[in-house]
Design a protein around this ligand. Structure first.
Ligand code: TPP
Ligand code: MG
Length: 735
């Protein structure tokens, strides 16, 4: 393939190369930086004055490679101070940057061959990942992003496992279920990102909280790009970490761009680090291309944070030398910037420094490169030997971590009557007594006891460490729940009202629910959701939110309709290592009493309860629907209905549903939530598909109107489906 190159600005001292006649546009962008570097070295090595020179690409590449490019920088653009660092450490740091660089260069070629599917290059940013990883102890967690290959290589992960991961093979870290750097490995104390960027910061804070509660003197580092700092999760995490004094370093890699967005369109302050000041946090701004600065700074901060736990914000200035990902190009990046930063390449400069210091020789560098190349090829061969994932048989069951549920029954006879709300308190207390690694988090839950007073007195009994008042930061707190799970804790996060879960939606849907499926890390979190209407509280304190989560694999969802079930299900939810959304109806809190055994017991998750038995019709419902159905059946003694209280919405007890429908031949699915897109739609579809031959009437559904939950009593009564359910039931029985 022919290329033509010429210096477009011959007058400036470091001339800019530009190219034409590329085989296609995206290739041009892809290769611009490579070519720039290679040809610059070629010029230095050959002393050619390449104005108007014509090269054949392959020929050029071969020549450059055969010259064994030691980038011929005349002098370093980075000022290094080696302080007391030994030669051994200097070489380690150099090697720590060189290997990821060489792996990336290889990946770029494999990408072009279609062996891997995507690549987000960290070329030019290696000093940050390498410096940070060397500054931490191996048992301290790092939460890297998509340009931080150096974290993985410097934690000595076998390369073939990384290659398998990027090729979607079983021997990677996700069984082919997630791509690129989207995985964690507790063995190496790394928690990889999810695509949503800022979510990492909260998970890191959770790990830091686990370290703090366990009195482990460890620091955690959570990475973010400067683009990610615009996300709410960044701000919430910094705020919570500061209020709680968590031992964590938040590290911003400010590389000039977030996809195509330059920093000038991303934030409007001089230094991103200054944001930390607003949260009452110590901050630093450092040259992210200077490996010694990164290493020494992070090492010093880490040592200090281990002694005196606190969050610190570090902004590393660097530059993204390639496109956002390889297909997206760099057209929007001014060439001058590229050239300027190319001169500050962290590896070229450090290499030059080491040569000058006589810490390394050219021959040793050549040897190192050769050894790295051989290692990469060898490990690629190992990865190639493994077949791609083709067996999908385990997938459906891979969303939940398996565990053996505790079977624990209690007799209701002679048990004292207690309210629904007392059942929740009892369940939580039992959970706290049984498990000293259970941590409660929520707004106003400590001294104040929660807005419903469910945790009244808990802080005094279990301490402020385990009963934690939180700032109004739902997202960060839910992410912290995942971080705590990584450290072996269980947590219960109380939404003050279920409605506010919208502010934590991302962490639930993308982190808690998918974590086990993706890389085998359970999210041992119970999210308590004071839910539902009939309380005259209007659109933002009355919603039924269960359908939002029903669609998301990996979550369990329970919805007890009475105090006995509430306590037993809550204890099962706490035992369960999977994330459980626990819906408790506010209207039932103080209006419903039931015999409640004092001793601990469990109601199994995934099992519905037949509340009434009859032959005429099946009513499938949950929550407040159970009580409405009872009331209406009492009003119509002539109707003999099976009344099935689902109790668990995910996983759904389809066997119990089908058994009842096959017996009665008629069914009405009934819930408080809006009909449109409600869980009833899924249940009705399952019944139609699997019980069609047994049906003697249409599958009916009763749900609320498709409006927000209105405030005024009459409007709310009209919104709720109770009356429509009664009419439908009578109609269906007569059908
Ligand atoms: C919440 C969210 N919005 C948008 C995107 C799409 N996206 C992926 S990476 C990226 C830019 C990230 O910029 P930055 O944080 O600076 O990291 P960099 O890629 O520069 O390392 C964007 C917009 C995303 N992944 N997540
Ligand atoms: Mg960026």
């Amino acid at each position: 393939m022919q290329i033509v190159l010429f210096f477009s600005k011959p007058k400036i001292t470091q001339p800019t190369l530009s190219f034409c006649n590329f085989w296609n546009d995206s290739e041009k962008n892809t290769n611009l930086y490579d070519l720039n570097r290679l040809l610059r070295s070629y010029r230095f090595q050959t002393k050619l004055k390449p104005k108007g020179l014509y090269f054949f690409w392959n020929e050029c590449l071969n020549k450059v490679l055969s010259l064994n490019i030691n980038l011929a920088l005349k002098s370093t653009m980075i000022k290094y101070e080696k302080k007391n660092l030994s030669k051994k450490k200097l070489i380690e740091l150099y090697k720590g940057m060189l290997l990821p660089r060489m792996i990336e260069e290889k990946m770029l070629s494999l990408l072009r061959q279609g062996v891997i599917s995507k690549w987000f290059a960290g070329i030019g940013q290696e000093a940050i990942a390498t410096g940070v990883t060397h500054a931490l102890k191996p048992e301290e967690y790092i939460l890297p992003m998509h340009r931080n290959l150096g974290v993985f290589t410097n934690r000595d992960i076998p390369l073939h496992r990384l290659f398998k991961q990027w090729q979607g093979k079983k021997g990677g870290f996700t069984n082919g279920r997630d791509r690129s750097f989207h995985f964690g490995t507790n063995e190496h104390h790394i928690v990889g990102m999810i695509s949503h960027l800022g979510a990492q910061m909260a998970v890191g804070s959770g790990i830091a909280l686990g370290n703090m509660l366990g009195k482990e003197k460890k620091v955690t580092v959570a990475f973010t790009g400067e683009g990610g700092t615009s996300e709410g999760d960044f701000h919430e995490s910094l705020n919570v970490a500061s209020v709680w004094n968590l031992p964590i370093i938040f590290l911003i890699e400010n590389n000039g761009y977030g996809l195509s967005t330059p920093t000038s369109e991303q934030y409007n302050c001089e230094n991103l680090a200054d944001r930390g000041l607003g949260y009452g946090m110590e901050t630093h701004i450092i040259d992210g291309n200077n490996i010694l600065t990164v290493y020494e700074t992070i090492k010093a901060i880490a040592q200090s944070v281990r002694k005196k736990p606190r969050p610190v914000l570090v902004e590393c200035r660097t530059f993204r030398m390639r496109g956002h990902e390889e297909a997206s190009g760099t057209k929007y990046v001014p060439q001058e910037l590229m050239d300027e930063w190319a001169k500050k390449d962290p590896i070229d400069n450090f290499e030059h420094f080491l040569l000058k210091q006589k810490a390394i020789t050219k021959a040793e560098i050549a040897e190192l490169r050769k050894a790295n190349k051989a290692l990469i090829e060898e490990e690629l061969k190992i990865a190639a030997q493994e077949e791609s994932v083709s067996d999908a048989s385990e997938e459906a069951s891979a969303i939940y971590k398996a565990y053996t549920p505790i079977v624990h029954t209690a007799d209701k006879a002679n048990a004292p009557d207690k309210r629904y709300i007392d059942a929740i308190t009892d369940g939580l207390k039992t959970g706290m007594d049984e498990n000293d690694k259970l941590v409660l988090m929520g707004q106003d839950i400590a001294d104040y006891g929660g807005v419903f007073k469910i945790t009244d007195g808990f802080m005094e009994k279990y301490g402020k460490g385990r009963v934690r008042n939180t700032p109004i930061c739902e997202s960060a707190i839910l992410g912290i729940g995942l971080g705590l799970s990584i450290k072996g804790y269980k947590s219960m996060v109380e939404m003050q009202f279920a409605d506010f879960v919208t502010c934590g939606f991302n962490q639930i849907i993308n982190n808690l629910s998918k974590s086990y499926y993706r890389w085998g890390q359970q999210a041992d979190v119970v999210v308590r959701m004071p839910t539902g209407g009939n309380v005259g509280a209007g659109p933002y304190h009355s919603q039924s939110t269960e359908a939002w989560f029903f669609h998301s694999p990996g979550l369990k969802m329970v919805y007890p309709s009475n105090p006995y079930d509430a306590k037993g299900l809550l204890l099962s939810a706490i035992d369960d290592p999977n994330p459980v959304m626990f819906f408790e109806h506010k209207a039932l809190y103080r209006s419903l009493t039931d015999a409640l055994p004092e001793e601990p017991y469990r109601i199994p998750i995934g099992k519905a309860a037949l509340v009434r038995e009859g032959e005429d019709v099946s009513i499938i419902t949950y929550g407040l629907g159970v009580h409405w159905a009872v009331e209406i059946l009492d009003k119509h003694p002539d109707i003999n209905a099976d009344l099935l209280d689902l109790r668990t919405l995910a996983p759904l007890d389809v066997d119990a549903i089908f058994e009842s429908v096959r017996k009665t031949g008629k069914v009405i699915v009934f819930h408080e939530d809006s009909l449109t897109g409600g869980i009833g739609g899924e249940i009705a579809a399952l019944i139609s598909q699997h019980c069609f031959k047994d049906l003697d009437g249409p599958v009916m559904r009763a749900g609320a109107l498709h409006t927000p939950v209105p405030f005024a009593k009459a409007l709310e009564a009209n919104y709720m489906p109770k009356q429509r359910f009664e009419e439908m039931l009578v109609e269906l029985v007569a059908y």
